[in-house]
Design a protein around this ligand. Sequence first.
Ligand SMILES: Cc1cc2nc3c(=O)[nH]c(=O)nc-3n(C[C@H](O)[C@H](O)[C@H](O)COP(=O)(O)OP(=O)(O)OC[C@H]3O[C@@H](n4cnc5c(N)ncnc54)[C@H](O)[C@@H]3O)c2cc1C
Length: 462
Amino acid sequence: MQTATAIDALLADVRAELPQLRLLTDVADRESYRLDETAYLAAGLPGAVVLPTETAEVAALLRLASRHRVAVVPRGAGTGLSGGAAGIEGALTIAVTRMNRIVEIDRDNLCVVTQPGVINAELKAAVAAEGLFYPPDPASYESCSIGGNLGTNAGGLCCVKYGQTRDWVLGLEVVLADGSVIRTGGRTVKDTAGYSLTHLFVGSQGTLGIITEATLRLRPLPGPRATMLAFFGSLEAAGAAVAAMTRAGIVPVTLELLDHETILAVDDAHNLGLERDAAAMLLVESDAPGAAATGELDEAEAAIRAAGATSIVRAADATEADWLRQARRLALRALERQGTVRMEDVGVPRARVPQLLTAIERIAAAHGVRCATFGHAGDGNLHPNLIFARDDPEAERLTQIVRDEIFQAALDLGGTVTAEHGIGAARREWLPIQRGEGAVAAMRSIKAALDPLGILNPGRVL
Ligand SMILES: Cc1cc2nc3c(=O)[nH]c(=O)nc-3n(C[C@H](O)[C@H](O)[C@H](O)COP(=O)(O)OP(=O)(O)OC[C@H]3O[C@@H](n4cnc5c(N)ncnc54)[C@H](O)[C@@H]3O)c2cc1C
């Protein structure tokens, strides 16, 4: 869509109308906005990158991009795992990282109003200083932005108890493709006026509008967590422990799984002293108040022992708990030391985690592809990580086959091809297979109504 003339004409208008705006046009600068964390996907070099600081600038940028028919890629911190913020050749990347102000922490109404470029961990820390809690915590929480979390409907390590990002959004300010600015909700806890546009924009991966402000729900800060690691002799036993906890109605704040390959990679990289011969490990945490946290872990431990855990370790204090938690948070980076990692994101109804684990193991072995699986087992959301040598075309081909078979297995179990990372550019061909042509046609109608020129993140999601 964007010709050299169109982007040049757009940039001339941008310089004239927004002389104060930070605009990057050097090739080296633009290169650093080519990829997100999907290094295995081909991506384009942005024609330019802009870093607005306020809503009015985003509005002017989209108005001008519409006028010149130039495609726009909304971008947060670029940690996404679906290619959603990766560059499009010659397009304008609008990175909202400088819109990084927390506008107001509203104690009386248990909410926070924030710009989208605020880093998740910084928002958490700011509200925690007021005795409040913003639960969504992707494993990347120290580097990903609230805007990106909203763009992807990010999950994380506490969804089993607190849900995904969408569950914590009261209202948004959104700039539409033509540069107009709308609000979708506010500080009221309950609001049923019209269609829920808030829920529509959350997870739309920058294809329907650019989120420039969000009002997020908070709750009182829970006390310190009780933390436990459990090791198993087989993946099936770990899967059975997850299913048993769900059946027993135990709702820990965190219920994460690491398989043997992941345990080894994390331990090799960070010397955490994990049980290296274990086939699987579960991280279980409770943030129930006071002594109830220990009680909840006692119940979890009973279910885990019954499922055949070989050993169980409890954290003695907060420092040790943090150390145990690191084993899970460091998983992707540890695996990346071993080759190119294609991280997938399948989800199934929780009771079917054991079947999903078995299917992933069987499919990867059948094609001789290395696969390390970890993830949010308590949500039924697992990340099979397919590890291959990037310059080996046969390995890439086999990886693609394994991915497709795992996707089909997840759908056969009543699940999804992406639970929290999004369709983005990486999984588009599976959207009609999962949702059906009718649902995709409805999505296309919404896209056409909100972005008739198709300038917002074209080729992503749909
Ligand atoms: C080590 C590691 C661990 C991770 N762990 C998790 C995890 O546990 N759970 C999880 O869900 N994800 C996880 N992720 C993926 C990633 O961190 C999340 O998807 C995160 O929400 C992306 O935020 P970001 O700021 O980097 O967004 P980006 O990657 O910049 O953008 C993500 C998407 O949102 C859109 N977008 C960004 N800002 C806006 C905006 N203001 N308005 C509209 N659209 C916008 C972009 O167009 C893009 O489609 C992990 C990634 C890494 C590298």
